[in-house]
Design a protein around this ligand. Structure first.
Ligand code: SF4
Length: 334
């Protein structure tokens, strides 16, 4: 039997190449190796101020991007968090066994709370919902980058606490483990911060080649390369070289290294080569997205079918949990 994996993504609208390379491209591979549950976490999105029609638009766009990028509903279960009510039901149950101190010392909470005038309870309880997202599917693995490994620790604490109280032998919930992804952190086009839509330093996966070029052309490179004849060092090139490593064939990456160090290419030549490789990878995605955009009902139906599939597992978990906790079930078994 295939191991189960869970991963969630915020409904931030159109995917950019940072989320694509950092998460989604990896999902597309994982769906062939694991029983995969991929969720657009719109309940998490409402812990910050938001506009309802805008959230709905962004949620739909994210779903289009995921499907266009290759998440295959016949292989993976793709769904919206708000369409599987068991997520919040389990989160409430987990709230009752999670010490307040564990939540208050989460770094992400402290950082976000410091920026808000009034801190809502949902922000504090965000990691409890995250634990519910994962444990609802009894997922053993969660794909994460190295910088996110500690985020999973609280989910393990919650699984341990619940098991100790209600199902010690055998433990009901697995303690989810990180499945490290080897994707590198993609720096934004400014060459400084992480690629993020709010910073305006991204390339969208559905952008047209002309628009991508407008962004690549002025991107910062190795400062040693003032003139075409100046030799450079690719590892000091914060944006273009890492993107070549992500999008270009190995032979091209070697060519970039040689031509940069020996000043055989100017940076514009190097950027043109990168553009070709980015466009080669993104064009089929853009075409699939166009097709999906012209048929929004199909996307909605796909998500609803994904939620129905997810609920088969989710309702079973809730049934077991409630039975063990002395909580009578609803007449429909939920
Ligand atoms: Fe960067 Fe390419 Fe210019 Fe070298 S030649 S500095 S890798 S853009």
């Amino acid at each position: 039997m295939m191991a189960r994996i869970f991963s969630g993504i915020q409904p931030s609208g159109e995917l950019h190449i940072g989320n694509y390379l950092g998460a989604v491209k990896n999902w597309v591979q994982l769906q062939h190796q694991f029983e995969s549950y991929f969720c657009v976490v719109n309940y998490h999105a409402i812990t910050a101020a938001y506009d309802p029609p805008e959230l709905q638009r962004r949620t739909h766009e994210m779903a289009v991007g995921l499907l266009a990028a290759g998440v295959d509903p016949s292989k993976a279960t793709l769904f919206l968090q708000s369409q599987v009510p068991e997520h919040t039901e389990l989160a409430w149950i987990f709230n009752t066994i999670t010490p307040l101190g564990e939540l208050e010392r989460q770094v992400a909470f402290k950082e976000k709370a410091a920026k808000q005038e009034q801190v809502m309870a949902g922000l504090l309880n965000y990691p409890v919902l995250q634990a519910a997202d994962i444990l609802l599917y009894l997922a053993e693995l969660v794909p994460v980058g190295e910088d996110q490994v500690q985020h999973l620790e609280l989910s393990r604490v919650i699984a341990r606490n619940w098991n100790a109280r209600f199902s010690p032998e055998p433990p009901y919930f697995p303690e989810p483990q990180p499945r490290l992804t080897h994707t590198r952190r993609i720096v934004g086009l400014d060459g400084q911060s992480k690629m993020s839509k709010s910073l305006g330093n991204t390339i969208g996966i559905l952008e047209e080649p002309e628009s991508i070029w407008e962004k690549l052309r002025p991107a910062v490179t190795d400062p040693a390369r003032q003139r075409k004849t100046d030799k450079g060092e690719p590892t000091k090139c914060p944006v273009i070289y890492p993107l070549h490593q992500a999008f270009s064939p190995e032979a091209t990456v070697h060519e970039v290294e040689t031509n940069c160090r020996q000043a055989k290419w100017g940076c514009i030549d190097c950027k043109k080569s990168l553009l070709t490789n980015i466009v080669n990878e993104l064009t089929p995605i853009r075409e699939r997205a166009r097709d999906l955009q012209s048929n929004p009902a199909r996307v909605t139906e796909t998500l609803e079918a994904g939620a129905a599939k997810a609920r088969v597992v989710a309702s079973k978990t809730i049934r077991h949990v409630k039975e063990k906790m002395g909580l009578p079930l609803a007449s429909n078994g939920g």
